[in-house]
Design a protein around this ligand. Structure first.
Ligand code: ATP
Ligand code: MG
Length: 276
């Protein structure tokens, strides 16, 4: 089983769109995938047409041990499931802040939940590096970093890498930045080319020094800007349900194949150690 956190503390870079459609693509390839909505905005849940009330079982109830994962989980398709969120999750940061082992609450909840049936758990993180994201970082092995080509795309990355480094040293030695995915890309623009070359150069330099991002890959697949990807959530559908012939569906399908291939290359130890 691969547990992947989709993280970038920058807002609006395509984390939720990536979490939902990547998981859907993986399920379309025959894998059992679980989307874990770890954002109090509940955008991944809403994207899938799930609007929870405050009393419905959610990831918040799982983290506060009021509900089991099995009771809170919602089946979307035979191979795709969702552990949904609602606004209650906003309280979790404060409520759990004083708990002993507060960074491991999610990991422990997943560990007791017999999730071995799943091939992929994809965690959609909020746009911050608070306690929820910290819980994601201790619960997963791999980080997928979606990045929007923007002149400040790498700005703020050092903070994320510093947090990753600390977590990898102190809390989760398996943690690594596995891959960077360029989202909302406009091919053949100068901006895209510049960001691509900045990211490649950064990863090239990083590959010489031991760190949790030493073997990180820039995925070959670029997610192109595609209006269908922005429309699909209003219909509560993945891109494969809403517009299976769109560029968006094609790109996420390719990204999923790439991620799955990386996972297969080195499934015994870590899934990207061949990348240097
Ligand atoms: P937040 O930080 O608020 O959680 P996010 O990083 O999860 O945001 P998304 O919600 O996935 O980002 O995307 C931000 C907006 O951009 C959404 O309206 C989404 O529909 C749109 N969007 C994402 N990817 C694309 C794309 N490839 N083409 C066009 N629109 C996109
Ligand atoms: Mg989001």
């Amino acid at each position: 089983m691969r547990k992947i956190a989709v993280i970038n503390q920058k807002g609006g870079v395509g984390k939720t769109t990536t979490s939902v459609n990547l998981a859907a693509a993986l399920s379309g390839h025959g894998h059992r995938a679980l989307i874990l909505d770890l954002d109090p905005q509940a955008h991944a849940s809403l994207h899938l047409g799930i609007h929870l009330g405050e009393d419905d079982a959610s990831v918040y109830d799982v983290m506060t041990q009021r509900s089991s994962v099995a009771d809170a989980m919602i089946r979307i398709t035979p191979k795709l499931a969702l552990l949904p969120a609602n606004i209650n999750l906003a309280a979790a940061e404060m409520e759990l802040a004083s708990e002993v082992g507060r960074e491991f609450i999610l990991r422990d909840a997943l560990d007791r939940s017999y999730l071995d049936l799943y091939d992929y758990i994809i965690v959609d993180c909020p746009p911050s590096l608070g306690l929820l994201t910290l819980n994601a970082l201790t619960a997963v092995d791999d980080i997928l970093l979606p990045m929007q080509p923007h002149y400040l795309a790498l700005h703020g990355l050092s903070q994320l890498l510093q947090t990753t480094d600390l977590v990898a040293k102190r809390l989760n030695t398996d943690l690594r930045l596995a891959a960077v995915l360029l989202t909302m890309s406009e091919p053949n623009t100068r901006l895209c080319a510049e960001v691509e070359s900045d990211v490649s150069e950064f990863l090239q330099t990083a590959s010489a020094v031991e760190s949790p991002w030493q073997h990180a890959r820039l995925l070959d697949t670029r997610i192109r800007k595609n209006i269908k990807l922005a429309e699909a959530p209003s219909f509560g559908q993945t891109i494969f349900q809403y517009a299976p012939d769109s560029n968006g569906a094609c790109d996420y399908d390719r990204a999923a194949k790439e991620i799955d291939a990386l996972a297969r290359v080195d499934s015994e130890s870590n899934w990207c150690s061949d990348a240097a």
